[in-house]
Design a protein around this ligand. Structure first.
Ligand SMILES: C[S@@+](CC[C@H](N)C(=O)[O-])C[C@H]1O[C@@H](n2cnc3c(N)ncnc32)[C@H](O)[C@@H]1O
Length: 292
């Protein structure tokens, strides 16, 4: 987060940084470690339920680079933040995301609404405890670097947080990265194509396709990514993942039943309508500013 002022190395800061874990070098293992740390902090502090909160915290921290514009390690300054600072950072992050990508607002809404709605102060404290745990597990070393392309951190978080019985009932077992990559290699996707997964989960197949495209010198941002899932939290994760993995702006995602006819056309129309609305609002704001 480059907007944070660099902080002097206080004794407290040194104590905090000593508490940081050494992250695994393998991105898959690192993602698992972060997810386990977040899960332990969430269940330790809050108990069960409210999956949207811990998922949202990990999604928020994904906006952090590893180092700020002066080259300072961002993790240390973030660990020092108190709950109010952290929540201000979360609000600022999502306001910027919605301004720059208005067409994904409805997709991420299920995991970010609590950040803007009034909620009990204790919930913010529990959310902050999850952030501290993820920071100590070195999340910015993963999501703040190119290693973010190599794994599905949010998919790991969702899988670890959901009780096994719920995962079984929903059939939510995501394709392992190695198998997804094998399938992606076999598909040999070229630029400017449409890639569709009607039961996308958190979008792991899209990650694998994008990774293989990059290896082959192709730009995944030229692709239209079309995805659906019946689980709105998984869809919110897929939308955030599309930014983490650099999939570009041609995202057509839908939270709903893929067996519904024309879900794809509906999702496309909704996306274009949101873009139009955002453009109109910006134009009206500029006109009002001129008249003032
Ligand atoms: C086995 S997972 C596969 C996820 C992803 N395609 C992958 O390979 O990792 C199946 C997904 O389908 C979703 N699902 C089940 N029934 C669905 C339906 N009728 N419409 C849309 N999604 C559905 C579940 O929520 C789950 O995320």
């Amino acid at each position: 987060m480059s907007s944070l002022p660099p902080k002097k190395p206080t004794r407290q800061r040194l104590r905090n940084s000593r508490k940081r874990l050494t992250p695994p070098t393998n991105p898959e293992m690192h993602a698992r470690k972060i997810a386990e740390s977040a899960e332990a902090a969430w269940h330790g502090a809050y108990g069960t339920g409210r999956l949207d909160l811990p998922v949202s915290i990990i999604a928020t921290l994904a906006a952090l680079p590893r180092n700020d514009s002066q080259g300072n390690d961002v993790t240390d300054s973030m660990i020092e933040c108190d709950t109010a600072d952290f929540m201000a950072f979360a609000r600022h992050t999502w306001t910027s995301v919605i301004r720059s990508r208005p067409e994904i607002t409805h997709l991420v809404y299920p995991i970010i609404s609590w950040i803007f709605d009034g909620t009990e102060a204790s919930v913010y404290q529990h959310a902050h405890a999850v952030a501290q745990a993820a920071l100590r597990a070195g999340q910015p070393d993963l999501t703040g670097t190119d290693r973010r392309f190599d794994t599905d951190l949010l998919g790991n978080v969702l899988t670890i947080l959901r009780p096994k019985s719920a995962l079984q009932a929903r059939g939510q077992f995501y394709t392992p990265a190695s198998i997804a990559e094998l399938l992606a290699r076999m598909s040999d996707v070229e630029e400017h194509r449409i890639v569709e997964d009607p039961m996308m989960g958190t979008g792991g197949m899209f990650r694998a396709v994008a990774e293989v495209m990059r290896e082959q010198g192709r730009d995944p941002r030229t692709v239209r990514w079309v995805g659906c899932d019946i689980d709105p939290i998984a869809v919110a994760c897929a939308a955030v993942n599309s930014m983490i993995w650099g999939l570009g702006h041609d995202i057509v995602f839908h939270a709903g039943n893929a067996l519904t006819p024309d879900w794809e056309a509906g999702a496309l129309a909704q996306r274009d309508e949101l873009r139009r609305l955002a453009t109109d609002i910006e134009r009206d704001k500029r006109m009002i500013a001129l008249l003032m």
